[in-house]
Design a protein around this ligand. Sequence first.
Ligand code: ADP
Length: 147
Amino acid sequence: YTGKETNDVIALKVNNILVRDVQSLPILITADTSIYDAIVKMFLEDVGTLYVIDDEQSLTGVISRKDLLKGTMSFKDTENTPVSAVMTRSPNIAMCYPDDLLLYVAKQIIDRQIDSLPVVVEKNGRIEVTGRITKTNITKVFVNLME
Ligand code: ADP
């Protein structure tokens, strides 16, 4: 292959990878979960982002590591302060769908300077979180393409 042909082959492959092909499982909590418990959950589940859902299992917030750091700086009693005090709320949440191109998600992660996007399915007004795409998912795809 020439350099250009190799690039074309890679572009062709990248333009066929969908969110559903590489998504991971989401870790979900409710808005009344304490900052303390959210930190414990983040360690136990070994993730960098938790998604917050309401009573109808619909997405209402995002909690990152820095949100929780901010929470511990701002509130003394983290065992009695809910994550709703520090989470990023809808409608400010960037989301993606199972049939989206992974490349589109990668662009959003760069443009919005975030680590992950929830994968959602919309059902009668509810936003059900079915997965997540992280920088790690995208890095794995990059490595696979080169091997
Ligand atoms: P960290 O804060 O641990 O570096 P991020 O860069 O992902 O992790 O998060 C930065 C900020 O962006 C946080 O306030 C977080 O709540 C928010 N955030 C993370 N993911 C999303 C998303 N998909 N949509 C909107 N905001 C998000």
